[in-house]
Design a protein around this ligand. Structure first.
Ligand code: GDG
Length: 458
C-alpha cells in the first residue's frame, strides 16, 4: 500500500485532533495508517510566496508541509476567487458572487504553483487526496506534469445545479479540469447528480450509471461520500468535566427554562437572520413560550474582512436588540448572541444542555453541527434537532424535524413541535440517528474514498 498525500488549504493539526474536529481526526487516521504528507498553505503571506521555502514538520509517519503565499495570491486566490466567487456560486448565491478575471487567473496560478511544489515530493505508488473548492484545477496541473498517481478529490461544499453553475465564467473549463481526478467525492447524492448532469449536458460526457462517468475515453467516479464525525469521541466529550462545568453554569442560568442552540460561523450560507426571524415568529405564534424558551446563538466570526460578512454581523446585532427589546423580561432574555468561540468540550456541554438544536442553513455541504448536536445528547433524555432541508445532513438525518429555512412560519412550527415532543418520540428519533452516526463516522468516510479510488486509478 502506497503513502497518502493530502492537499488542503489549511493543514493539521496532527496532534490533539479532537480540538479541530472530525475532518482532522479522519485525515490523521488515514495518514497514520499509510504514512504520508499533508500539504497546504501555511497561513502566512510573504514576499517569496509559493516560491519560498517549504515549511516542514515531521512526526514518525507523517510530514506536514506548508507553503506561504504572496499578498497578491492571497487577494486573488483566497479572498478573491475562492471566497468571493466559488463560495457564493456553489452555495447558489449568484447575487453575491464577484466575477473578476484577475481572481480566476490568480486562482489558477496558485493551483499550478502548489502542484509544482508537491510534484517532486511524490513517490510512484502514492495516493493523492485533494480537498475542497480551493483546489479544483490542482489535479489537472499535476497531470500536465505527467503525474500518473491515483488522485481523489472531495468537495466539502455543495455542487449546484448546472443551471446555476453555468453562470460562472469558464465553468466548463473548471469542471473539465476536475475530471483529471480519478474519483470526485461529494457530500450528497444531489451534489453528485448535479455534477454528473453538468458533465453530460455541458461536456458531452456519458453517464455509465453507478456514479461512473466516461469522458474523452477515460473514466472517473463521481459519487456521494457523506462526511461523518467522530461520534463516539464527541459523545464522550459531552460527559467530560469541562462539558459538565459548562452545562452546570447554563442549567443554573436557565432555571428550568428550555434553550434552543445554534452554532455557526458567521456566514450568509448559514441562514442566521432568517433563524432569528423564525425565533421571533415562535414567540409571536406560540406565546406560551415567552419567558420559557430562549435562543442561544454561538457565532465565531469568519472572513471578517469581506463586506458580505460585515453586513450580516450588523444585521444580527440589530435583530438581537429588536427581539430582546420587544420581548425580554426582568429574568429572561430571549436571544443571547455570542460572537466568540468555545473549546470543543465546552461546546459539547452547551449542546447537551439545550433541548433543541437549530440548524437552518440556506445551503450547506453537510453541516457537522447537526451531527455533533445529536452525538452530545443524553440517551435517556435527548433533545430534538430542527434541521434545514438544504443542509447536506438532511439526506441522512430524516428523523430530525426537517424545515424550510426560508419560511419563518414553518421553522417556528418546527420549533414548537420540537419543544413539545414527548420523551418517547425524542428517544426513538435520537437513537436511530445516533446509531447511524456511529456507523458512518469520519474514519469510515475516509476509508470508503480511499478504497474506491484504488479501484479506478488508471
Ligand atoms: C464546511 C462545509 C461541511 C463552530 N463554532 C465553534 C466550533 N465550531 C465548529 C463546529 C463544527 C465546525 O466548526 C463547523 O462545521 P460545519 O460543517 O457546520 O461548517 P463549515 O465550517 O462551513 O464547514 C460544511 C464541512 O466543511 C465538513 O465537510 O459539513 O457543510 O461548509 O465542527 O463544532 N468549534 C469550537 N468552538 C466554537 O465556538 N471549538
Amino acid at each position: 500500500m502506497g503513502r497518502l498525500v493530502v492537499v488542503s488549504n489549511r493543514v493539521g493539526p496532527l496532534k490533539d485532533t479532537g480540538r479541530a474536529g472530525g475532518l482532522a481526526v479522519a485525515l490523521v487516521d488515514a495518514l497514520s495508517q499509510s504514512g504520508g504528507i499533508w500539504f497546504g498553505w501555511s497561513g502566512d503571506v510573504s514576499e517569496e510566496g509559493t516560491f519560498g521555502q517549504l515549511k516542514t514538520q515531521t512526526t514518525r509517519k507523517v510530514q506536514m508541509v506548508q507553503l506561504d503565499m504572496t499578498q497578491a495570491d492571497y487577494d486573488e486566490f483566497y479572498a478573491g476567487y475562492a471566497n468571493r466567487t466559488l463560495w457564493p456560486v456553489l452555495h447558489y448565491r449568484l447575487d453575491l458572487a464577484v466575477f473578476d478575471r484577475r481572481f480566476e487567473q490568480g486562482y489558477r496560478h496558485v493551483n499550478e504553483r502548489f502542484a509544482t511544489r508537491v510534484a517532486p515530493l511524490l513517490e510512484s505508488d502514492d495516493i493523492v487526496w485533494v480537498h475542497d473548492y480551493h483546489f479544483l484545477t490542482f489535479g489537472a496541473n499535476l497531470r500536465a506534469m505527467d503525474i500518473g498517481n491515483p488522485m481523489a478529490f472531495f468537495l466539502h461544499i455543495p455542487f449546484p445545479a448546472p443551471e446555476i453553475l453555468a453562470a460562472l465564467p469558464n465553468a466548463s473549463s473548471m469542471v473539465r479540469a476536475m475530471l483529471a481526478y480519478d474519483l470526485i467525492g461529494f457530500q450528497t447524492e444531489r451534489d453528485a447528480a448535479n455534477f454528473r448532469r453538468f458533465v453530460v449536458e455541458e461536456l458531452e460526457g456519458t453517464d455509465l450509471g453507478d456514479g461512473r462517468l466516461q469522458i474523452s475515453g477515460g473514466e472517473v467516479i463521481a459519487r456521494a461520500y457523506p462526511i461523518g464525525i467522530d461520534a463516539e469521541a464527541f459523545s464522550k466529550f459531552a460527559m467530560s468535566p469541562d462539558a459538565r462545568r459548562n452545562m452546570g453554569r447554563l442549567e443554573k442560568l436557565l432555571g428550568g427554562r428550555q434553550q434552543i442552540i445554534g452554532v455557526d460561523r458567521i456566514d450568509y450560507s448559514k441562514g442566521l437572520p432568517e433563524r432569528f426571524r423564525a425565533f421571533e415568529r415562535l414567540l409571536e405564534d406560540y406565546p406560551e413560550n415567552r419567558g420559557r424558551v430562549s435562543l442561544m446563538q454561538v457565532a465565531p466570526p469568519s472572513r471578517a474582512e469581506l463586506d458580505a460578512y460585515i453586513d450580516i454581523r450588523r444585521q444580527l446585532d440589530e435583530m438581537t436588540g429588536h427581539v430582546n427589546g420587544r420581548f425580554a423580561d426582568l429574568d429572561w432574555t430571549p436571544i443571547r448572541f455570542l460572537t466568540k468561540s468555545f473549546p470543543r468540550r465546552a461546546l459539547a456541554g452547551i449542546y447537551r444542555a439545550s433541548r433543541v438544536g437549530l440548524v437552518t442553513p440556506l445551503r450547506d455541504g453537510m453541516n457537522l453541527v447537526a451531527k455533533e448536536y445529536i452525538a452530545a445528547q443524553r440517551a435517556e433524555d435527548p433533545g430534538v434537532l430542527v434541521l434545514s432541508r438544504f443542509a447536506g445532513a438532511a439526506e441522512g438525518m430524516k428523523e430530525a424535524v426537517i424545515v424550510n429555512p426560508h419560511s419563518a412560519e414553518e421553522v417556528a412550527a418546527g420549533l414548537q413541535t420540537a419543544i413539545t415532543m414527548p420523551l418517547e418520540e425524542r428517544r426513538d428519533r435520537w437513537q436511530i440517528m445516533f446509531d447511524r452516526l456511529c456507523r458512518n463516522d469520519a474514519v469510515a468516510w475516509s476509508r470508503a474514498i480511499m478504497s474506491d479510488v484504488r479501484t479506478v486509478a488508471r
